[in-house]
Design a protein around this ligand. Structure first.
Ligand SMILES: Nc1ncnc2c1ncn2[C@@H]1O[C@H](COP(=O)(O)OS(=O)(=O)O)[C@@H](OP(=O)(O)O)[C@H]1O
Ligand SMILES: Nc1ncnc2c1ncn2[C@@H]1O[C@H](COP(=O)(O)OP(=O)(O)O)[C@@H](O)[C@H]1O
Length: 197
């Protein structure tokens, strides 16, 4: 970090935004294999939140890699930096009173833990979108598993790059046996139980 920097306190803060919005803010961190359903479920939940008048925003893997993280690839170091930057952005959204939904593979537990540790205690909900790799490969919505099997993509998560399933997530969604709406509904119920909404 550069020297000669001073943190500025702002006159309007997180509690003010939360009071104005009438709900809690924080990070809903969806993690799982490619094709497990992170984007579909987070999108569905975001729609539900929007329709209920809740201040929310979805940060999605492919989209963020088109802009903010366009310089990053899929080595372990680049994935770490990808998640670090997304964590910083998510933190800013949460600070602004928003429920931010993130849909990234985020395969390493240490990277997810760093994001959790960077926000206020209780403001991070880790959601494992759990789906066997065989099912993800059958779905293969973008044809990437096929490419990975053909050797056209190297270091593909679940094929020849690791995915560390979270040992203690706040929620596990079984997206093989539950449809998108039902998975989104489970997250909504958790938000109610935790008095976020
Ligand atoms: N090598 C490799 N491994 C995994 N995924 C790959 C790879 N190359 C490209 N893609 C596409 O990039 C999307 C994953 O980006 P993420 O930013 O979520 O990845 S990570 O969290 O940094 O691991 C992922 O999107 P999702 O399918 O939505 O998960 C893929 O479309
Ligand atoms: N229960 C489910 N939850 C989420 N996606 C599902 C489910 N069942 C089938 N799908 C399909 O699986 C694919 C998941 O793709 P996507 O949401 O892009 O996953 P990810 O963001 O994890 O890569 C979509 O084509 C979706 O329609």
């Amino acid at each position: 970090m550069s020297e000669n920097l001073t943190w500025h306190e702002t006159s309007v803060g997180n509690e003010d935004y939360r009071r104005k919005n009438g709900h809690q803010s924080g990070v809903l961190w969806f993690t799982g294999l490619s094709g497990s359903g992170k984007s579909s479920i987070a999108n569905q939940l975001n729609k539900v939140l929007y329709e209920k008048g809740i201040q929310s925003y979805l940060l999605d893997g492919d989209n963020v890699r088109h802009g903010l993280n366009a310089d990053l690839g899929f080595s372990e170091e680049d994935r770490e930096e990808n998640i670090r930057r997304i964590g910083e952005v998510a933190k800013l959204f949460a600070d602004s009173g928003t429920i931010v939904l993130t849909a990234f593979i985020s395969p390493y537990q240490k990277d997810r833990d760093l994001v959790r540790a960077s926000v206020q205690a209780g403001d991070f909900i880790e959601i494992h979108v759990d789906c066997p790799v065989e099912e993800c490969e059958t779905r293969d919505p973008k044809g990437l598993y096929k490419k990975a099997r053909n050797g056209e993509i190297k270091g593909f998560t679940g094929i020849d790059a690791p995915y560390e399933a979270p040992p203690k997530p706040e929620l596990v969604l079984d997206s093989k046996t539950h449809d998108v709406e039902s998975c989104a509904e489970q997250v909504w119920k958790l938000l109610q139980k935790k008095n976020w909404v």
